[in-house]
Design a protein. Structure first.
Length: 363
């Protein structure tokens, strides 16, 4: 048996307003909730039992799993749910969820952040962990600008030297290797995390393990990596899945766009660059939709031009609008001839009158 914990209890504040009703890992990416991509990737890597560590909007996960054949009893992976009454942070969540694990004290347990899309060789990471007899092994990736991340320098033997969370000064930027949000823990290390309070693995558990001279390893994987935490990254991840640039067993045929069941798309509309059109959504005549995620039941009017944007469930974009690099919340209505650009966020159920906005403005 190989077991994993998937951390999905965060509030997803950077993706508001989309995460007001739906937790980030349950937002649809290339047609299915992101969590499904992750569960199927874990199954592909031989995980047979997975604990979903939930907190924020836990009921959304429970009702989805109850109805889903994708991760049902015959799917080859057993998925169980642990729900914290109050959020316990990443470390506290791992400790809490571990009560549902069956692995013995010396066995490896995988832990995945619930918002990271990767091409990681999961099996390779577990093998490295076991061969090196590590207490914890972290998946690392290299980025051009590491300032927004946790830096993890390693030595030539792959041993982690330090943890530096979100470094700001040039002296602190000692490496381009960052914590990529997937770990292998030896089970008894999880058991040593305090059970009765919030704990951050990044800020507390990992640095403490180094101080105690435990073996903490880092493996740099050169494959695909994206943190879907921001709107632009979320759109990018969905596009990359649809186009086949990012791997997922849930996407079998890469294509230029994906239209889900019951979507009504005018013959003169142009869909491109990995756009997904949700179930029962409508796209009007002459509309151009480039690299977007349009959620279920949304309506895009005639001649609209929508680029690199997320249109929430049931939102309505009336005729002749331009939407670029922006987010329209569930159920919002954007009147005709508006132009939303450069990070505009329209709140869920907001109503924007015709011709009200040109260029960027916060709603
Ligand atoms: P932001 O609020 O936009 O930063 O997003 P987030 O809430 O997802 O936070 P962050 O990206 O830092 O979290 C990393 C991962 O840990 C995500 O998959 C979260 O769902 C998860 N996570 C964060 N805090 C908790 C927690 O208290 N409990 C559980 N179960 N998961 C958590």
């Amino acid at each position: 048996m190989r077991e994993a914990i998937l951390l999905v209890g965060g509030q997803g504040t950077r993706l508001r307003p989309l995460t007001i009703n739906t937790p980030k890992p349950m937002l649809p990416v290339a047609g299915v909730p992101f969590t499904v991509h992750q569960i199927l990737r874990a199954r592909e890597a031989g995980v047979t039992r997975l604990v979903l560590a939930t907190s924020y909007k836990a009921d959304v996960f429970a009702s989805f799993l109850a109805d889903s054949a994708l991760v049902g009893p015959d799917s080859g992976i057993e998925v169980v749910i642990a729900t914290e009454e109050v959020p316990l942070g990443t470390g506290g969540a791992i400790r809490f969820a571990s009560a549902m694990l069956e692995s013995g004290p010396d066995e490896p347990v995988l832990v995945f952040n619930g918002d990271v899309l990767t091409g990681l060789d999961i099996d390779g990471l577990v093998n490295y962990h076991q061969d090196s007899q590590s207490d914890v092994t972290l998946y690392l990736t290299r980025v051009d600008d590491p300032r927004a991340y946790g830096l993890v320098p390693t030595n030539e033997a792959g041993e982690v030297l330090q943890f530096l969370e979100k470094p700001q000064t040039p002296e602190e930027i000692v490496t381009d290797q960052i914590n990529a949000g997937c770990y292998v823990f030896t089970r008894n290390v999880i058991d040593s995390i305090p059970a009765d309070r919030a704990v951050s693995v990044e800020r507390e558990t990992f640095p403490q393990l180094l101080e105690a001279n435990r073996r903490v390893s880092g493996v740099v994987d050169p494959g695909y990596w994206l943190d879907l935490g921001t709107p632009l990254a979320f759109v990018q991840g969905s596009v990359d899945l649809v186009r086949g640039f990012a791997p997922s067993p849930a996407v079998t045929t890469p294509s230029h766009y994906l239209a889900l069941l019951g979507a009504e798309i005018s013959r003169s509309a142009e869909l491109s660059n990995g756009t997904t059109i949700g179930a029962q959504a409508q796209v009007g005549a002459g509309a151009v939709i480039d690299g977007c995620v349009v959620f279920d039941g949304a309506v895009i009017g005639d001649r609209c031009r929508i680029r690199n944007s997320i249109i929430g469930a049931g939102a309505v974009i009336e005729n002749d609008c331009t939407v670029e690099g922006s987010v329209v919340g569930d159920g919002a209505r954007v009147g005709a001839h508006n132009e939303l650009r450069d990070g505009v966020r329209v709140w869920a159920n907001a109503v924007i009158p015709e011709l009200a906005i040109r260029f960027s403005a916060d709603q």
